[in-house]
Unconditional design. Structure first.
Length: 195
């Protein structure tokens, strides 16, 4: 089983994510893609696989020191990273905007697959990985293989610390609402960490 996509854009996104994200955040990004892609396959959803992969790999780069904005929420900063990278890859403006939009929307209210399939998939993938939402719907052998290839390590506590830092510095951002809404208990109860 492979958790990567082999296109020039996908390889560039993986290279950049590998350079800037620590191992736990990188593994989270790959797991988020894998959960979202598996969900799409199981539900017969058609989507732009490359767009989704690039967005998934870059979605949390706004949490890293080089890209953490003191004024923008991390997902908006990450969307700008995606715009810059994909511009360099020659993506047209509309597709660059879509990559940024998918990243921004992953921290917003739920988006249905009918409204925006790639954003829905990133919400499904990140929710599964961060808090275990819908994890029981995935084949246990798929989940076990994914965790073996991309281990969680201390991802839950590390991610919570990043969210709490964003919330403290940017009290009106989506991360602040997420923390205030009980993120710590949901992350602590993630069944992936009991596996």
């Amino acid at each position: 089983m492979t958790w990567t996509l082999d296109t020039a854009s996908a390889r560039a996104a993986l290279e950049i994510a590998s350079e800037y994200a620590d191992a736990e955040l990188l593994h989270h990004s790959v797991r988020s893609y894998a959960f979202g892609a598996a969900y799409a396959d199981r539900h017969g959803l058609e989507y732009d696989r490359e767009l989704f992969y690039v967005a998934a790999l870059l979605h949390d780069l706004g949490l890293t020191a080089p890209f953490d904005s003191h004024t923008l929420p991390f997902e908006e900063a990450g969307g700008h990273v995606a715009r810059v990278l994909t511009a360099g890859l020659g993506w047209p403006a509309a597709r660059r905007a879509r990559a940024a939009e998918v990243i921004v929307l992953h921290m917003r209210d739920d988006v249905t697959a009918a409204e925006d399939v790639e954003s829905h998939l990133l919400q499904v993938g990140t929710s599964a990985d961060v808090s275990g939402l819908r994890v029981a719907e995935f084949d246990p052998s798929f989940t076990a293989a994914l965790l073996a290839a991309h281990p969680r390590g201390g991802f839950g506590s590390g991610f919570l610390a990043l969210m709490e830092d964003q919330a403290a510095r940017k009290p009106h951002c989506a991360a602040a609402a997420y923390v205030a809404g009980g993120a710590a208990s949901r992350i602590a109860a993630n069944p992936l960490d009991a596996a």
